[in-house]
Design a protein around this ligand. Structure first.
Ligand code: 5GP
Ligand code: MG
Ligand code: MG
Length: 179
């Protein structure tokens, strides 16, 4: 893959992310108070830093599992289906599942992930997404908890990549091409 020249403009600081993660964790902990069967499912790879920070702020017994699906990329298939690249290790039947996603854009990834997980008969599935681009939505899926609504810009950092780079930035930034 050829990468263009770009700079990264800070959009959400590390401090703002930390404060928001703490607030989300409080809401989620209240919501699931008394639940002892919660499994938090991170969608690889973009959510790995978010889920690591989020679960450490949860005041709940949780299990953590991961799912990786293929992105449909620039595929022209109208279905925009996803395939499982790495499945969950554990069973979710009868359990509360919290899916943790980095960004909800068109919503197709989340839609298909929720359909796949629903076939396994969990008790209930909810979604927590760090970032939401509502202006891009093409499906009706909704995340119950959202970190930040952002405009239609290509972002990186805090787990999210551009051509596999910049996942290790401590903040969220917008990519601005300079060529
Ligand atoms: P959707 O299926 O909702 O259109 O997009 C799902 C995935 O596309 C997101 O979970 C994320 O992995 C990727 N994506 C969407 N917007 C961005 C972005 O601004 N930057 C990066 N790096 N990935 C994005
Ligand atoms: Mg993602
Ligand atoms: Mg990516």
């Amino acid at each position: 893959m050829t990468t263009r020249n770009y700079v990264i403009d800070e959009m959400i600081s590390a401090k703002a992310i930390a404060a928001r993660v703490e607030a989300l964790a409080k809401e989620i902990s209240n919501h699931y108070a008394g639940t002892d069967k919660l499994v938090v499912v991170g969608l690889l790879r973009g959510s790995f830093i978010f889920i690591a920070d989020l679960v450490r702020e949860l005041d709940l017994p949780v299990e953590v599992d991961f799912l990786e699906v293929s992105s449909y990329g620039n595929s022209t298939e109208s279905s925009r289906e996803v395939r499982i690249l790495k499945d969950l290790r554990g069973e979710i039947e009868g359990r509360d599942v919290l899916v943790v996603e980095d960004i909800v854009d068109t919503g197709y990834t989340l839609k298909h992930v929720l359909e796949i997980l629903a076939t396994r008969h969990p008790k209930r599935i909810e979604v927590c997404a760090l970032l939401d681009k509502p202006s891009r939505r093409e499906t009706s899926v909704k995340a119950r908890w959202i970190g930040f609504e952002i405009p239609d810009k290509f972002v990186v950092g805090y787990g999210v990549d551009y051509a596999q780079r910049n996942r290790n930035l401590d903040h969220i930034g917008a990519v601005r091409f300079t060529d």
